[in-house]
Design a protein around this ligand. Sequence first.
Ligand SMILES: [Zn+2]
Length: 422
Amino acid sequence: MDAKRTWPSLAELFKGDMRDERMERPCVDYGLCEKSRKGEDYHLIRTDCQRVLGNPSTSFSVFAIFDGHNGSAAAIFTKENLLDHVLGSIPSSLGREQWLRALPRALVAGFVKTDMEFQRSGVASGTTVTFVIVDGWTTTVASVGDSRCILDARDGAVSVLTVDHRLEENSEERDRVAASGGQVGRLHIAEGIEFGPLRCWPGGLCLSRSIGDMDVGEFIVPIPHVKQVKLSNVGGRLIIASDGVWDALPSEMAAKYCRGLPAPLAAKEVVKQALRSKGLRDDTTCIVVDIIPPDHSAPLPVAPKKQNILKSLLCWKHSHNSINKLAKNLSAVSTVEELFEEGSAMLSERLGNDSSASKTTAGLFVCAICREDLAPSEGISVHAGSIFSTGSNPWQGPFLCAHCVDKKDAMEGKRPSGVKVA
Ligand SMILES: [Zn+2]
């Protein structure tokens, strides 16, 4: 399936197939483990969200980790506001399938809005964000920075759903930052002697994307990489963790260490294994989310490592009756369907061509990012002046207010760095 998908119009969205609405929904079980050293890791767990308020059959869950730097203010602000900003960017009238298709664009708008609001507070602090929405069999992950979310499918295949925005690891991002006016290099500790990871100057941040960080160039953008996948009806396990885990454990090892354990024990095991190899050198947070078929509550039925045999045996016994059924299912459907992936830092590419993104259900114009009201003459097309908008018209929506256009220009290096949005 194509990794990239162009945005359908609202009319097409409404025609979306309703099959999923009738499919039996999986159960979601989760566990959290956190070990603090600097007190800058925060998390959000919400299993009670509803797409249509008051209707439990429209429920979905949110799991997120915010790894703050230069203080915890940005992490706390993002934890408290990001979900509302994302949901506020989706028209309330959409059905489930249409809602899921609108999510990637709403995540971009919500991340940028949260960043602009936090920067207005004038506090110099920043945060990574790994934000996961689980709705039925569909999981949507939006991320900036170097926290990570991996998927351990029931067939044992481990895939990473996030992209690492460390300058050291990501050459594409190094090129983007340089093209937008930033300088990428290491710390000079003495004449000719360099030290530590690649950083971006001004500011000296090791990340190319984050929320907050008003003291670095605006080419350090809050625009998330977004990936949406649909699990087959045998389910799977998500492991979301801050870099305290990933600096110590490769993805496959983290998945392997906790296979066979129920989610709460699995989260503890991942953190324990991370600390075993490197000790508590950084805040270390892990959330494990199991997406489980409704007819059984089995943890991943894969041979556990030795020291977990006793614990896992108990789980395995508990789920023994499901295993045969599972084996049959695995041979039939074991693939994970990729629905959407996009990581561009250009708002014109991320917000698409659908003018309805800047219209309310009442037909009024609003800014597609901050949702402020726009008079018909005030809106500026997200495509105006963009060399990347081939095929789009500069008078075509979505539309932005003057402040959000200013932010967009700054992120693309069209305005001198260090001049902040008022
Ligand atoms: Zn705006």
